[in-house]
Design a protein around this ligand. Structure first.
Ligand SMILES: NC(=O)c1ccc[n+]([C@@H]2O[C@H](COP(=O)([O-])OP(=O)(O)OC[C@H]3O[C@@H](n4cnc5c(N)ncnc54)[C@H](OP(=O)(O)O)[C@@H]3O)[C@@H](O)[C@H]2O)c1
Length: 320
């Protein structure tokens, strides 16, 4: 069987590692990006432009597309609702329609933010009722729906798969690429004289590693591809999957851990247990823990990197 994969968002935090995970498993892989694409190692494809998408699929002829590209910063989504819908929903619908027509397996990366995360609700099974608390989550949920619908419409149900993941961390070009990596900078800032930083100690997060090795999101995308491409009837397999670590931490606890690992004081960081400001435009969920049962039922390994262990190994390079 020919093994060619196309990864959108390959200049981003997750897509970069998904490319490496497929390469590691000896697939031909082409990544696409937009503003950061060099046009050589990574194709420049504006997913909002139909002609760009058609050309990329014709050129690469993949059997699998992993769709990572999105506007995924909740605040940026709120500031540009139209642009966000165009990328997160309309471009996803077009991509799904083209992939379905060609019988290409599409793995659409979604988020735990499709769930309301009300106290007492979690963990969420893959078939639990979503109800996003902000526009980012809503556009990602709408993206999920158009993927499933387009594959149903084409009679290719089961080749359009949703994979939800929680907050991601790992090898980043710059710490600001990840809501977790950036906390390392916060801990350094807390060392400055007169520093006083408030840090959320209310919402539970389950930081999950993006790296391409054995226990991470990239590897799971590869394993899903093998499973669904190898199935005689993928319509019988689950259409929505979820992957998550079990490392339950608030952002304040992550800072505390980074302080311990790097031997730095976090006395200047104050835990904030207030939760959402009801007047803020972006409301964040309290606990969206994702159950990984649907992946386990497929026989796909759901083990994850140990958060503390990975950071211990990683920050040695940054320790002064
Ligand atoms: N990061 C997280 O914590 C997290 C958590 C849950 C779910 N997710 C989901 O995981 C996926 C990957 O997230 P990420 O953190 O890797 O995102 P990211 O680092 O922000 O990367 C976004 C990617 O989208 C590309 N892109 C933006 N506009 C585009 C356009 N018009 N046409 C084509 N490509 C475009 C970007 O390309 P350029 O940079 O080259 O412009 C970049 O490669 C997203 O679907 C996100 O919703 C992420």
């Amino acid at each position: 069987m020919s093994k060619t994969a196309l990864v959108t968002g390959a200049t981003g935090l997750l897509g970069r590692q998904v490319v490496r995970a497929f390469e590691r498993n000896k697939w031909n892989v082409k990544g696409t990006g937009y503003s950061r694409a060099d046009g050589i190692s990574v194709l420049k494809v504006d997913l909002v432009k139909a002609e760009d998408v058609t050309a990329a699929l014709d050129n690469v002829k993949p059997q699998v597309v992993v769709h990572c590209a999105a506007n995924r910063f909740p605040d940026k989504c709120d500031n540009d609702p139209e642009g966000t819908r165009a990328l997160n929903v309309e471009a996803t619908k077009r991509l799904a329609s083209l992939c379905a027509a060609h019988g290409i397996l599409l793995i659409y990366i979604s988020t735990d933010y499709v769930f309301p995360g009300k106290p007492g609700d979690a963990p969420y099974e893959a078939d639990a009722t979503p109800s996003p608390t902000n526009l980012y989550g809503q556009t990602k949920l709408d993206g999920e729906k158009v993927v499933i619908e387009e594959y149903e419409r084409a009679g290719k149900s089961g080749l359009g798969v949703v994979l939800r993941v929680p907050v991601l961390y790992g090898d980043a070009e710059v710490p600001s690429e990840s809501a977790v990596n950036i906390l390392l900078d916060t801990v350094w800032k807390a060392q400055e004289q007169d520093a006083k930083i408030k840090m959320d100690h209310w919402a539970w997060r389950y930081p999950t590693n993006v790296s391409y090795q054995t226990e991470d999101v990239g590897r799971v995308c590869h394993d899903i591809s093998v499973k669904y491409r190898g199935s005689n009837d993928p319509s019988k397999l689950a259409h929505i999957l979820q992957f998550s670590s079990e490392d339950k931490l608030t952002k304040y606890e992550m800072c505390k851990l980074f302080g311990e690992i790097m031997g730095l004081s976090i006395a200047a960081i104050e835990p904030n247990t207030e939760g959402n400001d009801p007047n803020a435009s972006v409301q964040r969920p309290y606990d969206c823990h994702l159950s990984t049962k649907a992946l386990k039922n497929l026989g796909i390994d759901v083990s994850t990197q140990d958060f503390t262990g990975w950071w211990r190994w990683n920050v040695r390079a940054f320790r002064k």
